[in-house]
Write a protein that binds this ligand. Structure first.
Ligand code: CA
Length: 228
């Protein structure tokens, strides 16, 4: 079952989201506080995507995200942000989220974003399973895991998909549009910026020195390159 958690304290917005996700065929679990959301996730470990509002009465959405990620790297997380102006702050604070949606959003936009993460959250069956080794990295496409120097690097599903795309295209400049299409899927309504947000986080995890990246290099005005 495709299960989604919706955390939103405003009941009218929450109902709007829940109704539309149910209409799109999702099994939806609701929470109106961060504390309740964490409890719901414990009771529903098969939840594959979580939509987290940021401004909440108790612990905020960022804290909920952080606590979820502390124990779960597979679940897809989308932050619901109030205004476009908040975006810079939001992306800077996005410690473990995969995506963000700005209110107000259309039902079609929301379900497209959830669908995209659902595909990334382990629901896909892998084809051509095996390993890609590019020292010091080893990507296991069967378990969807990454090792660097034999040490496991914990990746979200989106980060894994980006890594796989890089490692399958060593030395090739990949445009941000191309990465967005491949990882999030065509027809995705999101912005290119989400690519940069995820790459920044990926660099923190895999680079020897994230401020001077040597594995994922920037191709100015275009995109990124897996720098082998
Ligand atoms: Ca709120």
């Amino acid at each position: 079952m495709k299960k989604v958690l919706v955390l939103e304290d405003e009941s009218s917005i929450r109902s709007f989201i829940v109704i539309n996700l149910r209409r799109a065929g999702y099994d939806v679990v609701e929470a109106e506080s961060g504390e309740e959301a964490l409890e719901q996730l414990q009771q529903n470990p098969d939840t594959r995507v979580a939509l987290l509002d940021i401004m909440l009465p108790g612990i905020d959405g960022f804290e909920v995200c952080r606590r979820i990620r502390a124990g779960n790297s597979r679940i897809g997380i989308i932050m619901l942000t109030a205004r476009a102006q908040e975006m810079d702050k939001v992306t800077g604070l996005m410690t473990g989220a995969d995506d963000y949606v700005t209110k107000p959003f259309s039902p079609a936009e929301l379900t497209a974003r959830v669908d995209a993460l659902m595909r990334r959250s382990g629901g896909d069956t892998e084809t051509g399973s095996g390993e890609i080794r590019q020292d010091p990295f080893l990507l296991n496409t069967r378990n969807r895991t990454l090792e660097k120097n034999g040490q496991r690097v914990k990746l979200t599903q989106v980060e894994y998909s980006i890594m796989r795309m890089f490692m399958e295209n060593p030395g090739k400049a990949l445009s941000r549009e191309e990465i967005l299409d491949t990882v999030w899927g065509r027809g995705y309504f999101g912005e290119l910026k989400i690519v940069d947000v995820n790459i920044r986080r990926l660099r923190l995890k895999i680079e020897d020195n994230p401020t001077n990246p040597t594995y994922i290099t920037t191709v100015w005005g275009y995109g990124y390159k897996w720098g082998f």
